[in-house]
Structure formats: C-alpha cells, structure tokens
Design a protein around this ligand. Structure first.
Ligand code: 2X7
Ligand code: FE2
Length: 296
C-alpha cells in the first residue's frame, strides 16, 4: 500500500530561488535569506533519506476560481516569471508530472462531489508557487510532481466552506496515494503572515532591511508554530480563519487544511527547520514526519 511519508509547509517566496542562484533562474543574487535556505537544505536532506516517489504540491498561485484543477500533462517545459518580482524570478523549468496519480486524486475527489478538472493544455505556464516549493525541496527535480490548484471558495463563500472542500480533497489525496503503492511527500506551498512591504530594498538581498512587517504579525506566526510544535494540528486548523483575517495569509488557498486532512490531523510534534521573513512576510519550513511519527 502506498503512503504519505511526510507533509511539509514549504513556502515559496521567489527570493529563495533567486538567492540560491540555480542555473534555471536568469536573475542572479549575491546572497540572502540564509536562515530559510539553510532550513530548506536540512529538510531536503531528511526527505531524501526517506526515499519518496512523488511530490504533491498545493499552490495558492495557481488559482482556479471555482473548483480544483490538476496538472494533466506528462512533461512541461517553459519559463515561469513572477508577476510581482520579474526582476528576481525568471525560471526555466523542465518538469515531469505523475499524471496517473493526479488522475486518481481527481477521480477520488469527484466521488466526494468536489468540482474537479484535469488541466490538459501542453502550453500551460506552471505557477511560481508550485515551482519554488518544488525547487527548494528537490532542486534535482529527479522525482515527478503532482500540482493541485487552489480556488476562491474562501472569498466567494467563506473560509469554512473552503476548509470543508479541502478536508474532502485531503481524504481523496490519501486514498489515491494508498491505492498507488507510492511513497508521497505533500507540500503546502505558502507563507504564514503575509503582509508585504510596498517598497523593496536595493539590492533586494540587503538583509539589513529584512524584518517582519510588524510585531502583531510575528505573534500570530509564533502562535501557529507553537501549535505545530505541540502536535495540535486540529487546534491550528480551527484558528486558521482568524489567523488568515489578521495576517492576510495565503492559508485561504487551503494548502494547510488540505495537507492536515490528508494526514489525518497529526497529533505528534512537527519539526520546524526554520522561520524567517521575506520582504516582511513570515515564512516557516516545517515537516510532519508521518513515516516515523505517524499514527498508521
Ligand atoms: O508569493 C510570495 C510570498 N508568498 C511571499 C513573499 C514574497 C513574495 O511572494
Ligand atoms: Fe505567495
């Protein structure tokens, strides 16, 4: 039987890829955001040792306003440009998709009455949320991915409606993974608090200018991280709507709600590899090690 071996909060500021200077990115940096980048280094080393077959990422920057879409093309190759930070992120990607697993999650989700669709356009431009989280987790790109869109249910209806949908999507994801026989790592691609500076430092990697937007945002981030470290994922999910309202977070896309549901709302402590700010936003790199600590 297949299994979820880990679930990770894997934030996607394009700045992290920019500061790593991989050959795929046209923009070049001197340095920057080391605490977060070194956190990702530790997490990727740990995950690699667990030997996974597929990365399944849920991205707030692939926004399908109604329903959930899945990449449904085996091979996608193009350039992804961040619309807000095009001077930092112009990334030439070349990635493989596990279409069979994506279809299977799609089918399981449909059985639960979710609005779902396979994305079959071979010229589709993959979003930077998907790419940054996957690159930082596995810069070798030597395992296929499944990419899942986020939708506007939190805005059109309410945060609770969005969460109800994500809980079903989590269940569908778990069932499909189990049937696949594969070892999967889940990535919830998003920051925590998300209030941005409106002006950028020059150069952007000038770390003397980097800090949280304000202390209230920091306190909310610490509250969330404390719950993660204590294994209180249900409590974390229950306060997520308030967190989102106070911090304009990207959790309203549903990544964390989807992932916690897929993992059966873990009660064991998560491993926090790093916390740091990027242009004022709060970002934590966190792993729930389901294989070693999970309940199954
Ligand atoms: O999309 C993002 C983000 N989530 C955080 C910080 C900076 C830029 O882009
Ligand atoms: Fe983002």
């Amino acid at each position: 039987m297949g299994q979820i071996i880990a679930g990770c909060l894997a934030p996607h500021p394009p700045h992290l890829v920019y500061a790593e200077n991989p050959p795929q990115n046209e923009a070049k940096a001197e340095c920057g955001w080391e605490v977060l980048r070194w956190g990702y280094e530790k997490m990727r080393k740990h995950l690699k040792a667990l030997k996974y077959d597929v990365l399944i990422v849920h991205s707030p920057h692939w926004r399908t306003q109604i329903g959930t879409h899945f990449l449904g093309v085996e091979h996608l190759k193009s350039k992804s440009v961040d619309p807000i930070f095009p001077h930092l992120f112009r990334y030439n990607y070349d990635l493989k998709v596990d279409v069979k697993l994506a279809e299977s999650i799609h089918d399981e989700a449909k059985k639960l009455d979710l609005e779902v669709k396979m994305m079959r356009n071979p010229d589709f431009r993959v979003d930077y949320g998907t790419i940054v989280s996957c690159h930082m987790t596995n810069p070798d790109w030597d395992v296929p991915i499944v990419s899942i869109s986020s939708n506007g249910a939190a805005q059109y209806f309410s945060f609770d409606v969005m969460q109800a949908q994500m809980f079903k999507l989590g269940e569908a994801t778990r069932k499909a993974i189990e049937a696949s026989g594969k070892r999967a790592v889940l990535l919830a691609s998003h920051s925590l608090s998300h209030r941005h500076f409106v002006l950028e430092a020059d150069p952007p990697e000038d770390m003397s200018k980097e800090h949280i937007t304000h202390h209230g945002q920091y306190l909310w981030d610490m509250k969330m991280i404390e719950l993660m470290k204590k294994g209180k994922s249900k409590e974390m999910i229950e306060i997520l709507a308030d967190f989102d309202e106070q911090t304009i977070s990207e959790a309203n896309g549903g990544g964390l709600s989807w992932m916690m549901s897929a993992m059966g709302f873990p009660t064991y402590p998560a491993e926090v590899y790093a916390y740091g700010t990027v242009i004022g936003t709060g970002n934590a790199i966190v792993e729930w090690n389901h294989l070693e600590k999970g309940v199954e």
